[in-house]
Design a protein around this ligand. Sequence first.
Ligand code: DP6
Length: 367
Amino acid sequence: MTETDFVLDQYSQIDSGSHTWSSPSNIALVKYWGKKDNQIPANSSISFTLDNCKTVTTLRYSKKDHADDFSFEVFLDGDKKDSFKPKIETFFKRIEAYVPFLRDYHFVIETANTFPHSSGIASSASGMSALALCLMSIEKELIGANVILSEAEESYFIKKASFLARLGSGSACRSIEGDLVVWGEHQDIQGSSDLFGVKYPFEVHKNFKNYQDTILLVDKGEKQVSSTVGHGLMHNHPFAEERFKQAHDNLSTLINVFKAGDLDTFISIVESEALTLHAMMMASMPYFILMKPNTLEIINKIWVFRQETGSKVCFTLDAGANVHVLYPEAECEQVCEFIKNELVAHCQNGQYICDQIGFGARLMKNE
Ligand code: DP6
């Protein structure tokens, strides 16, 4: 599919309505770090969709008299949030060609996250995917589609929602579906695309079923490096080309890992990806250290615990200090004890979030 497949021209007129979607966050195993123009990723990535960490967004729309500037208000947990407006304005500009009805309506965006507001957990993936899905529900009404879509229509809806979400925030395109999603063209993964995320199409061993992710909140402060700046650091980065190739190779290796249930190779790829992401930031100009002393304490304790017990627990990081502790469902009891006894002491105010693999976004309400 190409961009033009997402341009329709058969919109009808509807005065007002509202849609509510719940959409989850996701955690990358192979990281997206570096992008080209128009939110095209420099390398393919793969993520686990999460279950409990999500954003619920209601989008109310009412017809305006004149189709002039974008017109919208944003509320987070019931409070007006003007600081979100520039990001949404940018999003609207990027997607306007694909949802041309945007200027015809006034929108009220009411959004809430299930995770603590200032937890340092990025809400852009869940937030942008929820908003993209709400817009797709409007499009569905405006093109007069049946409530129940055919298989082909459903597939178009999901792909376009992911396509729009990507234009809001790259990683958001991996939040529409579950439980494993690939984004970025990859020679070994048929149907993979730079334009949208697709469900991982191959066999996944039962070892990965209900995989657990406990997110340790090490530093809940504002992000030190915005994702825009972060991705920009990969331009003219001395190690960029090798890094993009490595991500590609890691994704190829994961195909056999998922099939065979090979947890040891899974651990080495996932941890190496996390550390490489941070290494890229340390080696860029300007350079950043986003880990905190407690991030390293936690990593070291995970390594010791693994060595002593033979556990298959491992960690990954996003572009910050928080640690995602990943482990098989079968080890839940043992690893949760370890987290409570040894790791929680390194979290800010002892805060952590228990999550696991989820199955994607859900429509909550149409009005
Ligand atoms: C480190 O998706 O937040 O989490 O496209 O600029 O919005 P933008 O970037 P964003 O970057 C996420 C980077 C990451 C790795 C990943 O999720 O793959």
